[in-house]
Write a protein that binds this ligand. Sequence first.
Ligand code: G6P
Length: 369
Amino acid sequence: EQIEKGGYDHFMLKEIFEQPNAIRDTYRGRLLVNEAIVKMAGVEDNMKKFLNAERIIVVACGTSWHAGLVSEYIFEEFARIPVEVEYASEFRYRNPIITEKDVVIAISQSGETADTMAAIKLAKSKGAFVFGVCNVVGSSISRETDAGAYTHAGPEIGVASTKAFTTQITVLTLIALRLARAKGTMSSSDYRLHLQELELIPEKVEKTLLSDDHVKEISAIYKDATNFLYLGRGFNFPVALEGALKLKEISYIHAEGYPAAEMKHGPIALIDEQMPVVVIATRKGHYEKVVSNIQEIKSRKGKIIAIVTEGDVSVKELADHVIEIPASEEALSPLLTTIPLQLLSYYIAVMRECNVDQPRNLAKSVTVE
Ligand code: G6P
């Protein structure tokens, strides 16, 4: 097992550091920047279905559901297709309204999650076209879906999902870009820019991973906290949910993720000097508004850990700690902002002597209801 961990203390840390290559493997052969083409057989073969779709319904569980939420912002922005993101477990029991004009995208790392499988069967029985985004090749879900695209992240052993999440977002971004081009919903300059930027993401993830030691220092300060709040807006709202989920899963600290503007409708009541608040405050993404949320947290003495764009000035003046990430297009920023949140949960869990790779009560894939 030590050999399989490749010199890392845990599979989770190894998988966090594998992300630059995992993302490269995900877009290899699919993202052709020079030709300005996105090529995915499962999408090409079913282009009519995608183009006729009146909406996309994403079904998934856990971290895969969070990737689905990120994709909602991306599909709507790039391809102007309305998207609904559903917990597979709710969808399957709700007699959902679904027709042949719907495209259902099922996202699952393992391809074995029982609720997601049941949601797929239900959608198929109502005539919808079901597209799978799985990591495990030949898995049950990849066989049950009408078509699909693998994430090619390689085996993910740690129960807390890391590289599966970023590679799912990568695949979904590629699909959204392909549809945007086919539908003409994105200007060609914007389309090309996003292809170029997506190609640069692995390098930027590498750069983001250099914050490792800094995140470790921050982790040591907050490892004994009993609650954490995570805030983000727009494309980074789902990242806040995912950051909170990671902390809960492996460190057993209660954490909640919220859209930053919703703070005033509840969570703000919780903020005092004991409360660390992780805020995703990258430039472009409603920056000014998030800065004013940070001011509100500060005036209530909350401790602020902010994820900011390199060279940031305003947030630095207010926050207790800042973690810098390289600048990127806003729609692609979740691929970067997620990284320090994964590291934060990892180091806090290690410092609390938790079983990082096999947290209590959790399973890598939930194959029963
Ligand atoms: C379990 C795992 C999570 C995962 C979820 C969905 O809860 O612990 O890490 O996100 O299942 O799994 P899937 O394989 O369908 O993505």
